[in-house]
Write a protein that binds this ligand. Sequence first.
Ligand code: C5J
Length: 223
Amino acid sequence: PTAPLTVSARPYDFTFDPATTALVVIDMQRDFLEPGGFGESLGNDVSQLRSTIEPLQAVLAAVRAAGLTVIHTREGHLPDLSDLPPAKLHRGDAALRIGDLGPKGRILIRGEYGQDIIDELAPVDGEYVIDKPGKGAFYATAFGDVLAEKGITSLVVAGVTTEVCVHTTVREANDRGFECLVLSDCVGSYFPEFQRMALEMVAAQGGIFGWVAPSADFLAALA
Ligand code: C5J
């Protein structure tokens, strides 16, 4: 198909040029999706996020075939915790805190097995992997520089969790002038009511932060 492509989305059609669009896959890490990691240590049922994996595999296959830029992010901290604000370390009542040794390595520490991306969605050669200390992908990372270098103006966003790292990144991107499409079945939350409302918040008020569509409609536009 010739650009621009059109996705049937809420609150209205999303148009994009594959040459200036990146797929951003946020924090699909063992620490959030598998037992024994950061997500579970905070008391969450990590199985809630697993429905995102299969549709995201299909989206990754399609965007790889179409030649879109692909950027994965990973939340995590340096082994010496020098990039971890005490406020983040001490927040909540975690069984295991960031930096503690869990069954998959030190919780949310860069380079540990648990902090890496799940096998099902492993990055391939030529894709970017951005390590970030915060919830948003722009803060203290090269994410913005990569987007500028590649001439990216639109983001198709997937990953976890919808109301935390996905929302923070979409809000940050929106303020920087990017057009964001959130794939509703490729983002996940530990809380079903947050999932629903977080998606509503993106598209409300005429698309205050961006657009929302199921991945099937994005795939239809790419086909
Ligand atoms: C959280 C994230 N939920 N990746 N991180 O702490 O959304």
